[in-house]
Design a protein around this ligand. Sequence first.
Ligand code: PLP
Length: 400
Amino acid sequence: DVRLSDRVANARPSATGAVGEMARRLISQGRSVISLSEGELDFDTPAHIQHAAIKGIVEGQTRYTSVGGTPALKQAVITKFRQDNELDYAPEEVIAATGAKQILFNALLATVNAGDEAIVVAPFWVSYTEMVRIAGGEPIVVTPSERDDFKLTPEALAAHITPRTRWLMLNTPCNPSGAMYSRAELRALADVVRAHPRLLVLSDDIYEKIVFEGEFCSFAQAAPDMRDRTLTVNGVSKSYAMTGWRLGYAGGPNWLIKAMELLQSQSTSNPSSVSQVAAVAALNGPQGFLDDWRDRLRARRDMAMTILQPAAPMLTVSRPPAAFYLYVCCAGAIGCKTPKDDFIGSDADLARYLLEEGGVAVVPGAAFGLEPYIRLTFALSDERLKLACERIVAACAQLK
Ligand code: PLP
């Protein structure tokens, strides 16, 4: 009989995608829904990047390239890592792929055997645990307390390492919590990692450019002796409003990069040649507009937090220092009833209520491995964000 592989049967589909789907269904029925569920900037890809890509098309940069990226892109990535992160990589130590997502997927596929473990810090980006499972491994979820600002402590890390641990998956700044590790905190984690020579560290820095308070530091930057055990992952999606271009990149030891390139060569080949041209323009071009974007996002974060205040104690939110999400604790709403007498027993129930009765799509914390929370993105226009937050407050006021 026909059946799925264990690999697929064990994985869950993306919860953020499911919320988007529900929101689109309501919209198609003529309902007014504001989605705070997407993980992308509402800004357009800057004009100089658009034009570079168009020029690339016209000039024939439309053919297969080297699997791991063009020499021009690799050079731009090398320069970026050196300038921003004090990391020196050779061309054979960097790779470009179809989004940071493919980088992460191939890194796991290249290194994880059945039964191997990967430490994932909750709340985590929805794909981490599922990617580990698809690769045949077991995600070991560690949940720091909100008192530790959602950050993994060296003690908790040490307590979860076993002889089967292959990866520590770090995401700083973090989607969804916005938590960002300081240089000292990363050094303290490195002190633990150092004692376990089989352990690799994945540093997912994709929100590096969206930092409101504090200074970003990458893991191998904080602990240079960890460089050859670290895969430093980044991409143009979140920094340059280029989610649809699908272009991510990484730096790491050659043995790992080579293995990831092999997987890519037998699956997707090079990332889109046109997107590579665009990424070169993004990385090598002017960076000044990022300050303006950051200021606008900070103002939106603060506005959203102010508007949401009256929803306390049903909703409580701490100010994220980075990224563009609010990870809102909704413990105070659990146990309430809606005006239709539906019971709110979980964050998923609250998300459904907010969508169906409030007209706002948010993602329940269950998807990120930490309940009861809801994740709201503030990367949308001031007017829509304001309206969405007002709707949430009004909907919460109706709970009893
Ligand atoms: N890592 C994190 C933490 C993310 O939030 C995302 C996107 O949501 C990605 C990686 C993937 O980004 P890309 O668009 O480059 O595949």
